[in-house]
Design a protein around this ligand. Structure first.
Ligand code: SF4
Length: 463
């Protein structure tokens, strides 16, 4: 992090959890920077410290509670520091944070994020400690990840009506609440006018969009509404549910040239009985059929997925069905988890929990299979050229740039030019499980024209 310019003071932000939380953190940063607070990576001396929490991922709550202990010490030396807890865990535990942790000053739930700066300043004025977890208001009206210059995340809905038995989201984020279609379309057009060329539409169950609007809309209507938006090169979305990919949605996606071929399609299990117990509302064969229909409409589709192994009651045979589905569908990549019961969800109450060592053994077998598939499929692309949107220098090696293809695969390549936010054509020289190493062939100029680049030396990447 560069030199801190002092305005009103400094803030330190720690984010736990998923993409939605990353997005909320962007909003928190932006709101505080509007008030002239500067970011710092020194938690002990920050004027404001914020934990943006998650209660979905494994042990995230324990990590937060543990970290709060450090801040009790920091506050002894820096008593004016305001400590705020935001996000899902704040939504779930609310007042309890203030009761259990005397060092916490502000608790804001997922629906009250916009109140955070005001509450922090009220604490600074000595007006007390505050909890806001009411399900009123939303963050829809705020800018999408305002600090990224080339890619924007736009929230289209919040909450979820699915009640999958392993998931805490509906309990902490509430029921589905969609943002009006016209508002989404106009925000996307605005961020694109401002120079962002890639947009990620966000929602907990993103393709269940619009069912609660009057008149009713669906995700396909929104994708059609965004078709032809000038300057929108890449359209992505997170996280969909297979049951809401109707044929109309598939057709709309296929018909919009900006739709990226990298689509996330969480399957969770390949066994009907397990899917039923997870309350996923589709059968394995319906999922496979959906994939076939999507591939027919979008031939370059590159699917990623989520899989949970060791859900309560899962037998070896049922796990084999998951392996069979993974072999059949050949996902480009997968987020693979051993089931971890979340307090407050029905899954936590199932009495036939799978022993930890069995879950881990199954998880490793699944990871081995998926890695084999990923690298085999990635190798097919060696020698071809991929169009990459450059995200910037690689964190591990500043002499190398990194970016993603429309398929969502990562590519690293040596380059001494500043190409962040531009498109680059990269010849794939070596495939790995995670993506590619390549050489820059051509890069887009600021005026949007392509220029060939003299061949660059290949720097080997350690996988
Ligand atoms: S659809 Fe997604 S967010 Fe909704 S309950 Fe299921 S897993 Fe959770």
């Amino acid at each position: 992090m560069g030199e801190v310019v002092r305005g009103l003071g400094t803030y330190y932000l720690q984010t736990y959890g998923c993409q939605m939380n990353e997005y909320d953190s962007e909003l928190i940063c932006w709101m505080l920077e509007q008030l002239h607070y500067a970011p710092t990576d020194q938690p002990e001396s920050a004027d404001i410290a914020i934990f943006n929490t998650c209660c979905i991922r494994d042990n995230a709550d324990q990590k937060v509670y543990g970290r709060l202990g450090d801040f009790k010490r920091f506050k002894k030396d820096n008593p004016k520091q305001v400590l705020a807890v935001a996000g899902c865990l704040a939504q779930k535990d609310g007042e309890e944070f203030l009761r259990r942790f005397s060092q916490v000053d502000v608790v804001v739930g997922t629906h009250n994020l916009v109140e955070l700066p005001d509450l922090v300043q009220r604490v600074q004025r000595g007006e007390g400690r505050f909890v806001r977890v009411e399900r009123v208001g939303d963050s829809f009206s705020l800018l999408a990840n305002p600090r990224n210059q080339h890619s924007a995340m736009v929230t289209i809905s919040m909450g979820c009506d699915q009640w999958c038995t392993f998931c805490i989201v509906p309990y902490v984020r509430g029921r589905l609440k969609s943002r009006p279609l016209e508002q989404v379309v106009s925000e996307v057009k605005r961020v694109v006018r401002e120079g962002r060329r890639e947009v990620m539409l966000l929602g907990q169950n993103v393709n269940d969009y619009g069912r609660d609007l009057d008149p009713k809309r669906d995700f396909g209507d929104l994708i059609r509404g965004l078709k032809g938006a000038p300057g929108l090169d890449r359209l992505r979305f997170m996280s969909p549910h297979p049951a809401y990919f109707t044929q109309s949605v598939i057709d709309a996606l296929a018909d919009n040239p900006a739709t990226c071929e990298g689509i996330h399609l969480p399957v969770q299990s390949g066994d009907d009985a397990v899917l039923d117990r997870m309350r996923r509302k589709y059968k394995a064969s319906e999922f496979v059929d959906l994939v076939a229909r999507m591939r027919a409409a979008m031939p370059d589709l590159a699917l990623s997925t989520d899989v949970i192994v060791g859900f309560p009651g899962e037998t070896e045979e049922q796990f084999q069905n998951t392996l069979d589905l993974v072999r059949q569908v050949r996902f480009k990549s997968a987020f693979m988890f051993a089931y971890s019961p979340r307090p407050g969800t029905p899954g936590n109450l199932f009495t036939d929990q799978v022993p930890e060592e069995v879950k881990m053994e199954r998880l490793y077998r699944l990871i081995d299979l998926q890695n084999e598939i990923s690298v085999e499929d990635n190798r097919q692309l060696e020698g071809t050229t991929l169009e990459i949107m450059v995200d910037g220098p690689s964190k591990k090696d500043p002499g190398r740039l990194t970016g993603r293809g429309r398929c969502g695969r990562l590519a690293h390549f040596a380059c001494d030019q500043e190409l962040t936010g531009r498109l680059a054509r990269v010849r794939i020289s070596k495939a790995f499980v995670w993506g590619f190493q390549g050489e820059l062939e051509a890069a887009e100029s600021r005026a949007g024209e392509w220029a060939l680049v003299p061949s660059q030396p290949t720097i080997p990447v350690i996988a």
